[in-house]
Design a protein around this ligand. Sequence first.
Ligand SMILES: Nc1nc2c(ncn2[C@@H]2O[C@H](COP(=O)(O)OP(=O)(O)OP(=O)(O)O)[C@@H](O)[C@H]2O)c(=O)[nH]1
Length: 405
Amino acid sequence: MNTSNAFPTRRTRFTRWCLAAGFAVIAGVAALLIGLYVHHVRQQVGSDYTALVADIVRAQQLGPQLELALDNLVEQPTPQYLHQLNQLTWLAEQQLKSAQQGLERYPLLTRDYAYLQDDIYLLEQQLTELAELAPHARDRAALTELQQLGSNIEVNLAWIYSELNNLVHTAVGHQRLMSQRLAQAVTALVALVLLITAILLAAVLHLQRQRNTMQQLMLTDELTGLFNRRYLVATISNQLAQARRQHQPVSFMLMDLDHFKYINDTYGHPVGDEVLRRVTRRIAALSREIDTLARIGGEEFCLLMPNTSKEAAEQVAARIREEIAALPLDTVTATLGVTISIGLTTTENGEHTFEQLYSFADQALYQAKEKGRDRTETVLPPFPVGSSPSTRPPALHNYHQERHV
Ligand SMILES: Nc1nc2c(ncn2[C@@H]2O[C@H](COP(=O)(O)OP(=O)(O)OP(=O)(O)O)[C@@H](O)[C@H]2O)c(=O)[nH]1
């Protein structure tokens, strides 16, 4: 036995190890990239900006309200207007804080709005300044400063919230895009899975078809399409076992075309082949579903007939001979007539082996040929089952032994 491939060499092991390591690295990197992408997608798609947008819209309305309150205070610096302005200033500060907190909840936005931090800080300072300066509204100098501060706050407020609005809009746009891509990815994935399933299914079907074809090639004869000897041997023991269980007879027939060599030699092998095909078709038409018809040699066939007595089998044999003899076999040059010799045996209760049945049928076939062909001879098992070979009667002539087959 050649054992050179039994153990991998050091070099082969190293190559395998490298391949495994390379695969592990690629798989690891792929897993990392997928993980990062999924995390990014979750951040994008999982963010709900509704509350933040509502805060921003509310805060944007504060600018005009502050302006109005400041105008009122400048015109009539009453405690009521002062109180109103203080309230709005406080509200603006609160909303600014709330918007900032809202933004911090979304990591993607936090990164984007960093450039506004200075403006927000400035606005917070301006609002504090406004709150401190407002009580001095009666003072002329403070009044001018207050007006200036108010207009700065208004501009700053409008700028910051419009920028925040833009940021959120961009983020929502990204979110929509990401959802679309996700939907496309899922569709592509489903299509890929379907495609792979279809490919696998096709491969399985192909393999199955190949296996069936191989099985057919292994168990059938190419020329006639009948079962071959291998199939017969495989099936006959089951049939005999069943016959034994059910105490039923099994008949076995060997059929051999007469002077077939003459047909071959005179008309050529293709004509001989066609004769074989036509003859087997006819025999198949005469046999039952439960019978097994097989080609076991060149022009030799056998028919296994379960649940068939000797008498019934002889009738079948007679019918086969008649129909074969009457078969119209026209060639280009002549109309052929073929006959067939049949050797028959029957085992009661299926108590014999295939080899024994074959041997009896073979002896019967020899007799049929010896007695002039185109006839059926029957040889029944001559010894009781279980008898030893030494107690058996001497063997009769055997068709195949005589021919050295
Ligand atoms: N055309 C064809 N001929 C085959 C095939 N297989 C075997 N043969 C021929 O069948 C012939 C059998 O000849 P023999 O064994 O001498 O038998 P026979 O001429 O039929 O004579 P008997 O059986 O004694 O009547 C030979 O010529 C083989 O070449 C086959 O597949 N196709």
